[in-house]
Design a protein around this ligand. Sequence first.
Ligand code: C5P
Length: 211
Amino acid sequence: MKIAIDGPAGAGKSTVATALARRLGFVHLDSGALYRALAVMALRQAVDPASERDLVHLLGTVQLTPLPDGVAVDGLELDQELRTPAVDAVVSKVAQHPAVRAAMVQIQRQWGQGRDVVADGRDIGTVVWPDAEVKIFLTASLAARADRRATEQGGLERLQVEQEIARRDEKDSDRPVGPLRVAPHAVVVDTTALTVEEVVDRLVNIVRPLA
Ligand code: C5P
């Protein structure tokens, strides 16, 4: 069974997907971590995030493996370095290239084969698993998402966080391949006024009758 959770930056997708996967005994695939890992590698090796060809070449030289809740590059788990402001600034550029997306979709589908997965991202219900049994579009007001991110990443300036996520949402929504969209038949859940537990309870109630 596949559960797709898509939505804009800072809507709480990863937190909710981790908790939901635990409650259901599924594995969690954090698709954003894959794009972030490629951004980390591009920054490390000074590869131009605008060059599709160079990024595809870079992807061919490393082994990118999803882990439950994370990602490994050549067998080494990446963690803190996935969520730096430098990565936030380039990841949407890295993710806009069709050939990069095609490779990432392939990695995700392969990893998910034969597994019960809760996957979160931007194109899970539209591209990666369009036949997912459950599709959720998790959203929240920009102000709420910026507040959460700023608290989570303590020390970052709130207004800057708001501008960063708004810019990233725009880039993720405007690209021609795999743009951020509400998938057909997705249930839209607005988390602005909900706690993580309330969101997870709501999703469990949607999934349970089908699982
Ligand atoms: O989910 P997260 O904020 O970690 O994703 C980081 C970035 O990776 C997104 O802003 C987007 O550019 C890209 N991404 C994507 N498709 C996905 C998941 C993430 O393009 N399925």
